[in-house]
Design a binder for this molecule. Structure first.
Ligand SMILES: NC(=O)c1ccc[n+]([C@@H]2O[C@H](COP(=O)([O-])OP(=O)(O)OC[C@H]3O[C@@H](n4cnc5c(N)ncnc54)[C@H](O)[C@@H]3O)[C@@H](O)[C@H]2O)c1
Length: 509
């Protein structure tokens, strides 16, 4: 008899490389036969947090030293575009790998990674977690039972506005040194980050993508880099042809409405869910047949998973990884499925660059197809995250204030903008008290907000032609209404603002 979820007491010694996202797994790992014995991050504050949570583990900033330690598997959560090279280093050190998304940044890297996994005999999984929420696991079971028929069309989204993360680490701390921006969140074309939306469509239907098409994107949100090219600050929709002939509309991006809407149309029935809301099914094979909300049933493991991150998804990726190491049962995202879900992002960027030309999604299970992409190094040009913000020779005592100023400015401007825009429709909203609460918060924080605006303006004036000045200026003028907020009478304007209170709205109706 053993206490394990699996039928064995065997433990897996786990090292975590990249301690930002990596820290989400500390707690769950224990229940799934993992012992966290080592951590690696070149950021001291990430190592400190790791040490506090795992006092007996070895921790270092040096990847070679980390990989030389005696452990079985790596949870790889380093910078997104570096995953292939980092995973190959882990495999070469004899470790199993659970890699964060995405699996690789170019098709050539993808070929190299697939072949490194094949040669290593180690387990490689991708930690794509979004398909494993209770609702989507339920849909997968029902799809496999044939309830929905064949896939006709689906819409999946990962729309996540993360402007702040271009200028801070994942724990909210501004990037250091402060005259730099985030290694990849400051510039990566959002198409690359396609796995949280395409992954669920693939897992539920069991189909793989075969072709992708994307048009060049439209306007970007203020305050995002890079200035002239596409980055994370816009909408990134693509259409993906699946192996059964159906189409998936895959929407990523940063917009003015974070959404995770998931809709599936099969030839026998359809399903829709807006994450956090209830699942609705329409069954019966017609467009207007009975449609009802459904309570997805789960099992005991679903209950256990529910308490962990990303709607239980973090539990399941660790579960599948442990199960494959301990029992050999393959995980949903092995290296080939990882390639299937990663390639459409790369090819969508390429399609958009080619004005919307459809691009194939090669199947890297097939060595002949791999041969065609072995030297295909096509990639988005990265932003110069170290030197791109300010001119050479700029005064670093000033420029290193940038990341803190920008992070504060984003928070300040969004608070102001919410109040300013909501107050324009306050007569029409159901909960006007929430708009009064925004005004109260704005009043309370006004001195601090004005200090931030002034610091931003001073950096702009010091280096007016720089990229830093441009993103600061966009926030100040397009979002933050600098001239209104800095005007001497704005305190009084806020104090005297008398948006309708709930009683007055009731009177009117
Ligand atoms: N699946 C999800 O829900 C989810 C959520 C968040 C992040 N992620 C993924 O996890 C990965 C990490 O994301 P993050 O949010 O922690 O941000 P991040 O990219 O800032 O974190 C990477 C961390 O790894 C460290 N690092 C990178 N290269 C290193 C090296 N060679 N040696 C030592 N340390 C190194 C960095 O210092 C940093 O702390 C990303 O690829 C991201 O896509 C996934």
């Amino acid at each position: 008899m053993n206490n394990s979820i699996f039928d064995t007491d065997r433990r897996i010694r786990l090292g975590i490389w990249g301690l930002g996202r990596g820290r989400d797994f500390f707690k769950t790992a224990k229940a799934l036969n993992f012992d966290v014995v080592a951590g690696c991050d070149f950021n001291e504050h990430m190592r400190r947090a790791f040490r506090e949570a795992n006092p007996d583990a070895f921790v270092t900033a040096d990847a070679d030293e980390f990989l030389a330690q005696d452990f079985d598997a790596v949870l790889l959560a380093t910078f997104c575009p570096n995953h292939a090279a980092d995973a190959i280093r882990c495999l070469a050190a004899g470790k199993h790998v659970l890699s964060e998304v995405t699996a690789f940044f170019t098709l050539a890297e993808g070929v190299a990674l697939v072949e490194a996994v094949e040669k290593s005999g180690r387990v490689y999984n991708l930690a794509e977690n979004y398909p494993f929420t209770p609702v989507l696991r339920y849909l997968k079971r029902k799809w496999d039972e044939g309830l929905f028929g064949k896939l006709m069309y689906a819409e999946f989204e990962y729309v996540h506005e993360c402007r702040l993360l271009a200028y801070t680490y994942i724990d909210g701390k501004p990037i250091e040194p402060g005259d730099r921006v985030h290694s990849w969140r400051s510039w990566l074309n959002y198409h690359y980050y396609c796995t949280h939306s395409l992954g669920p469509a693939m897992i539920i239907t069991g189909e793989r993508p075969t072709e992708v098409v994307a048009l060049p994107g439209g306007p970007r949100l203020p305050g995002y880099l890079p200035l002239a090219e596409e980055g994370m600050g816009g909408a990134a929709p693509s259409l993906v042809k699946m192996s059964g002939g159906g189409i998936v509309r895959n929407l990523m991006g940063a917009t003015t409405n974070d959404t995770h809407i998931q809709r599936l149309w099969g030839t026998r029935g359809s399903a829709e869910v807006n994450v956090g809301d209830e699942l609705k099914l329409r069954l019966g094979g017609g467009g207007h047949t009975l449609k009802l909300p459904v309570r997805p049933s789960g099992d005991a493991l679903d209950e256990l998973a529910r308490s962990t991150g990303h709607g239980g998804g973090d539990f399941w990726v660790l579960y599948y990884f442990a199960r494959q190491i301990l029992t050999g049962v393959p995980a949903p995202f092995d290296i080939y499925t990882a390639a299937d879900v990663t390639i459409p992002g790369i090819q969508a960027v390429r399609s958009a660059h080619a004005g919307g030309q459809p691009m194939p999604v090669p199947d890297f299970r097939d060595p002949a197809q791999r041969d065609r992409y072995r030297t295909d190094d096509w990639r988005q040009k990265p932003y110069d995250t170290r030197n791109g913000l300010f001119p050479a020779g700029a005064d670093r005592t000033r420029t290193t204030q940038f990341s803190t100023t920008m992070a504060d400015l984003i928070r300040s401007c969004l608070l102001y903008r919410q109040w300013a825009d909501w107050s324009r429709v306050i007569e029409d909203v159901k909960e006007p008290a929430k708009i009064h609460a925004l005004r109260d918060e704005l009043m309370r924080k006004l001195p601090e907000i004005r200090r931030t605006y002034a610091a931003a303006r001073s950096l702009i004036e010091a280096y007016p032609e720089s990229d830093a000045a441009q993103v600061l200026r966009e926030m100040l003028t397009e979002v933050g209404d600098e001239s209104r907020v800095m005007a001497p009478g704005f305190d009084a304007e806020l104090r005297n603002w008398n948006g309708p209170l709930p009683e007055r709205i009731l009177d009117v109706s």
